[in-house]
Design a protein around this ligand. Structure first.
Ligand code: UD1
Length: 365
């Protein structure tokens, strides 16, 4: 049986890697990787393949950066063509990026069943492109792999048949646990010593508006007086800082270190030693919890409520005063008291491979 694992953007790689390696160890399953090319820079893509040991893709669809409609349409068209020229018994997609829904849709229309890693998450914020991608992907998937209890509730409420839904834990955390020791052996960027905080920012709601981005810089200027901050900048955010004339202001904030995007290990090395993480990413909220580093999330909602319930995450939106207050609150907590969700134990990839192996023996759409 042949399983086609589709990846496209940075957060997909660490979710798919453990599933790819668990499937490769199964007899009778042939695994191929297809890269949509949504992310293509060395530091956004190749560095992750290398760090995580993901096999060379059979195909790179090279869709690149485009508007939502064009990017989605290119993945749809090119992945459909790929599938027409091969045989696949299951397409595996991960997360909530445009490549996820596009690859799932192309596959299911060709009667190739779809498995979705990280199903059921909901922010209930339909202005987020990822929320639309999640809802649509879940609705057409034959196998839905859930990472946290809220996912089970959402899928049940949306009428997804229970036999499709599997609580498996978090495969991205498999990757983190596998790589953590190696990352801790890596040096920090030159001139950086603990204590420090780490920040990531790339959501359109934070970086596409000059006023919001300028407010966040004000908050950072205040925070950096107490704690130096490392900020590996996503290309989208860097482009906007330049376009809005804010890059000089960002560079001028004392103790704010602007860095290029990092590879997986390099970033994990920073996160694992951080005193505080500021982010608007989804996955980093989860990684921070397992690393027991307090995180403040510069959003008003999260599709990962378990990270808040377990004590490690506080939502603070993008208002400067709320950001500063949230940072103080979280730095006062004892991370030893954070709880770790069920199944975030390094074995999720194996559990996913178990379900897939059973499904391939008796598939249904
Ligand atoms: C995408 C995902 C988002 C995910 C994020 C992680 C969607 C809708 N969004 O957002 O969910 O959290 O990836 O990074 O799928 N760019 C480069 N080099 C690259 C890739 C992108 O320079 O390798 C620049 C381009 O200018 C591009 C911009 O970043 O226009 C945005 O890239 P895109 O993939 O469209 O969305 P992200 O913001 O990365």
């Amino acid at each position: 049986m042949k399983v086609t694992v589709v990846v496209g953007a940075r957060p997909n790689f660490m979710k798919a890697a453990p599933v790819i390696s668990a499937l490769k160890r199964r007899d009778g399953i042939d695994v191929e990787v297809v890269h949509t090319g949504q992310h293509y820079d060395e530091r956004m893509s190749d560095a992750f393949f290398r760090d995580l040991g993901i096999p060379e893709p059979t195909a790179n669809l090279a869709v690149g950066s485009q508007s939502h409609a064009r990017q989605t349409a290119e993945v749809l068209t090119r992945f459909e063509e790929f599938l027409r020229n091969t045989r696949s018994d299951l397409a595996v997609v991960a997360g909530d990026v445009n490549s996820t829904i596009a690859a799932a849709l192309a596959a299911v229309k060709l009667l190739v069943p779809v498995a979705h890693i990280e199903a059921g998450l909901r922010s209930f914020d339909r202005t987020m492109p990822e929320e639309i991608n999640r809802i649509l992907t879940d609705s057409i998937s034959a196998l839905l792999f859930v990472t946290e209890p809220s996912g089970l509730r959402h899928l049940q409420r949306e009428g997804i048949p229970a036999e499709r839904v599997h609580y498996v834990g978090n495969s991205m955390i498999d990757t983190l646990l596998r790589m953590k020791d190696r990352a801790l052996g890596m040096p920090l960027p030159p001139g950086i010593q603990a204590p420090f905080g780490v920040m990531t920012l790339h959501r359109p709601s934070n970086v596409d508006s000059p006023a919001v981005l300028a407010g966040i810089l004000d908050a950072l200027a205040g925070l950096c007086r107490d704690l130096p901050l490392l900020w590996p900048i996503h290309p989208r955010s860097e482009k906007n800082l330049e376009e809005f004339g804010l890059i000089g202001r960002a560079r001028g904030i004392p103790r704010l270190h602007l860095l290029p995007p990092c590879g997986y290990l390099e970033f994990l090395a920073m996160m694992a030693r951080a005193r505080l993480i500021l982010t608007d990413s989804g996955g980093i909220q989860e990684e921070a919890l397992v690393l027991r580093v307090p995180v403040i999330t510069l959003r008003d909602n999260t599709e990962r409520p378990i990270t808040v319930e377990c004590g490690g995450n506080l939502l603070c939106g993008s208002e400067p005063s709320r950001i500063r207050a949230a940072a103080r609150t979280m730095m006062d907590l004892d991370p030893a008291e954070f709880r770790i969700p069920e199944g975030w134990d390094g074995r999720a990839g194996e559990r996913i491979a178990d379900v897939i192996a059973r499904f391939l023996k008796d598939p249904w759409l």
